[in-house]
Design a binder for this molecule. Structure first.
Ligand SMILES: NC(=O)c1ccc[n+]([C@@H]2O[C@H](COP(=O)([O-])OP(=O)(O)OC[C@H]3O[C@@H](n4cnc5c(N)ncnc54)[C@H](OP(=O)(O)O)[C@@H]3O)[C@@H](O)[C@H]2O)c1
Length: 313
């Protein structure tokens, strides 16, 4: 397994991480224990969750499985989205974040969170309030590093500049929607990350499973797969995308790799990417996808892949 620095932070994370938005739903507690055992064997040390995943059960099942082995992992969670009916049960206010962190710590059965991420930018809370609160959480020892999620480049720049002016802690990473078929972050967010050495963590690396190649043109989605019901996955089921995935699957197979490995390896070849948080509903997914860590794409290979994606090849 290869390890990279978590953006500006000194801590190092495995290039293949674990996305846990199905923990406590498609993966039950016993399976979560097994997945963490396997992760240790595979050298995977980075785990991404959020307080809202599976209504808190993702953090709860992880907390149970992490007991006695926190030091083997770098655990990231997030706050911002609604966790209740109340008007203050959401957002990036001091009021909500202080409570959200306590609730995450309780579910995770920990006294600290390694990376605490703002799940979204909050238009209604002054960024000074959010950044000062995050600084307090870090200085109290409850949080080690902070990150953002789905922030625009200007939002990241504003937040970090403000933090630096006050000598507060700054965002070391940003997590955003990025995969072969969604490349908007290449316009402004990634250039900003390069400029300020922010680590980039792509989410939905497999387009919810479409980039595994398991969805076939003109065929029903495999039974039990996300694509059976998810509008997010179904929106990728276009002729153009099927053609790209068919060509890329052949290209990967000629090199004795799978389409899913290629989707991960391509992200790992992009600037500033520190870890790809791979989503799973079965232990086998993690075992298969982690093989991408050993596949380093050359610059010309990335160009070939980009040409296929652009329909020029
Ligand atoms: N910050 C944010 O706002 C945000 C938003 C979304 C996600 N995330 C993070 O990103 C992580 C990954 O996202 P995601 O899990 O939704 O999407 P994803 O990684 O693009 O897709 C994962 C899904 O693809 C299928 N899959 C994975 N490996 C496979 C394989 N080798 N063969 C066949 N099928 C395979 C599984 O679905 P099925 O078995 O059900 O088909 C799995 O749940 C999340 O867990 C979360 O941590 C963050």
């Amino acid at each position: 397994m290869e390890y990279r620095q978590l953006g500006r932070a000194g801590v190092r994370v495995s290039v293949i991480g674990m996305g846990t938005n199905q923990f406590g739903r498609k993966l039950e507690q016993k399976q979560v224990f097994n997945v963490l055992d396997a992760a240790i064997d595979l050298g995977i040390n980075f785990i991404d969750t959020a307080d809202v995943y599976t209504g808190g059960d993702s953090e709860t099942t992880l907390g149970n499985a992490l007991k006695g082995r926190w030091d083997k992992f770098v655990v990231a969670t997030k706050g911002y989205f609604s966790t209740g009916e109340g008007t203050n049960d959401k957002g990036a206010s001091r009021y909500h974040l202080m409570l959200a962190v306590e609730n995450s710590l309780r579910r995770l059965q920990s006294d600290h969170i390694d990376l605490y991420q703002m799940h979204r930018w909050d238009d209604t809370t002054p960024i000074e309030e959010t950044m000062r609160t995050l600084e307090n959480l870090v200085s109290s020892g409850k949080v080690r590093y902070i990150g953002a999620s789905a922030y625009a480049a200007w939002q990241l720049a504003k937040a970090n500049l403000l933090a630096e002016m006050h000598s507060w802690t700054s965002f070391v990473t940003v997590q955003s929607h990025y995969h072969m078929l969604e490349r908007e972050v290449e316009n402004e967010v990634i250039p900003y990350c390069i400029e300020d050495n922010i680590g980039f963590i792509p989410y939905f690396p497999l387009a919810g499973g479409f980039l595994t190649g398991k969805y076939k043109r003109g065929k029903y989605a495999p039974a039990g797969s996300r694509g059976e019901s998810s509008e997010y996955v179904q929106k990728y089921m276009t002729d153009k995308n099927y053609t790209s995935v068919e060509k890329l699957s052949t290209w990967a197979e000629e090199r004795e790799h799978t389409m899913a490995e290629l989707a991960h390896a391509w992200l790992l070849a992009q600037p500033q990417v520190c870890s790809v948080i791979s989503g799973l509903t079965k232990l086998e997914h993690l075992q298969a996808n982690s093989k991408a860590a050993d596949w380093v794409l050359e610059a010309e290979e990335v160009e070939t892949i980009n040409a296929i994606l652009a329909d020029d090849a």
